[in-house]
Design a protein around this ligand. Structure first.
Ligand SMILES: [Zn+2]
Length: 339
């Protein structure tokens, strides 16, 4: 049996472009409404570094109040809010009417250990303070790294544990690639569905004594051609248009450009913004089959982005399908996924 964990990365674009209402508040409000209609929890992965940057800009007070209001209302309604970090936002500046993240700090693994600890601690403390305004029991216990950049992992794992975080949900099994000078390699976890105690040296590897639990973003290996769908091309085109494309090198990193060797099979994430209804149903059915014999329900993490959620019909149909045809599929919040 599986428990589906619907996570939403809640953020503007990595380039600093985007509109808080159009790319965060409105899509998240639509998503939460659909989830509420179906009695399903959402885990909002709040990109805290940008919210903290906005606090330095008085003309953005309204944005801070609006996102904080949305996050607190989500918690009150039974959803979850956990930590997502794009460190380039910590030193972002507002220049010429747009945000300019500091791309020298694009990747958490590229930072000195003290800075990693400081940023993770600040992010967790911010969410703890915000969450406890509406629920004294609230704790930030789960994390996802910006751009999936979490390797090398020893310093990051230490920083997470120190900040009271016991779950990471960054790894997408089978993933491999480069963003600028940073690399990710999750091929050691290819095919894994169930969470694992993560090896501090390499979060994609299993160590029964590891200090935190990896609850991976669910993937399946598909042939290269299966990723070349019209729907996916449409999304990529729209993202390129809306994320802004200034010609500096940092922006290329910010757009998440990945250079990877052509491989015959690629990991397809369980992404409720990008996949069609047929793909969503098929990937969930395969996960159900692979977890049939598990004595405990296995958390299966789906991912979406507030910048990409513009097809509420597919999600409605998907949840309706699960409710009526797959009653064995349960739902969970990421913060509740410790084994
Ligand atoms: Zn992100």
């Amino acid at each position: 049996m599986i428990r589906l964990v619907l996570t939403l990365d809640y953020e503007l674009f990595g380039t600093g472009a985007g509109d808080v209402t159009r790319h965060m508040l409105e899509p998240t409000s639509h998503l939460l409404r659909i989830a509420d209609d179906h009695g399903v929890p959402i885990t909002v992965m709040a990109e805290v570094a940008e919210i903290l940057a906005w606090k330095h800009e008085p003309s953005w007070d309204w944005a801070v109040r609006a996102v904080e209001g949305q996050l607190m209302a989500a918690l009150c309604a039974g959803h979850d809010v956990q930590l997502h970090l794009h460190p380039a936002w910590f030193r972002a500046r507002r220049c010429g009417g747009r945000w300019q993240p500091d791309f020298d700090e694009y990747a958490l693994p590229g930072l000195p250990v003290e800075q990693i600890r400081q940023y993770v601690a600040e992010g967790a403390a911010y969410l703890n303070e915000l969450g406890q305004r509406v629920d004294p029991q609230y704790r930030c216990t789960a994390f996802r790294a910006g751009g999936w950049l979490i390797q090398p992992s020893p310093d990051i794992v230490s920083a997470l544990v120190e900040a009271g975080i016991s779950i990471d949900s960054t790894v997408f099994p089978g993933g491999c690639g480069r963003t600028g000078r940073w690399e990710l390699d999750f091929r050691g976890a290819t095919g894994r569905v169930a969470p694992w105690r993560a090896d501090q040296q390499d979060i994609a590897a299993h160590d029964p004594c590891g200090p935190l639990t990896e609850v991976p973003i669910h993937t399946r290996q598909v042939p290269l051609w299966a990723m070349l769908t019209t729907r996916r091309f449409r999304y990529q085109r729209r993202l390129l248009r809306e994320s802004g494309c200034p010609a500096d090198a940092g922006a290329q990193v910010g757009r998440g450009h990945r250079l990877s060797k052509v491989r015959p099979f690629l990991p397809q994430k369980l992404d409720f913004c990008r996949l069609s209804l047929r793909e969503l149903v098929s990937i969930v059915d395969r996960a159900r089959r692979s977890c049939e014999k598990s004595p405990d329900p296995v958390p299966v993490v789906a991912i979406g982005h507030s910048t990409e959620f513009n097809d509420s019909r597919t999600l409605r149909l998907f949840l309706e399908h699960l409710r009526t045809r797959r009653p064995d599929v349960g739902f969970a919040r990421l913060g509740d996924c410790l084994p």
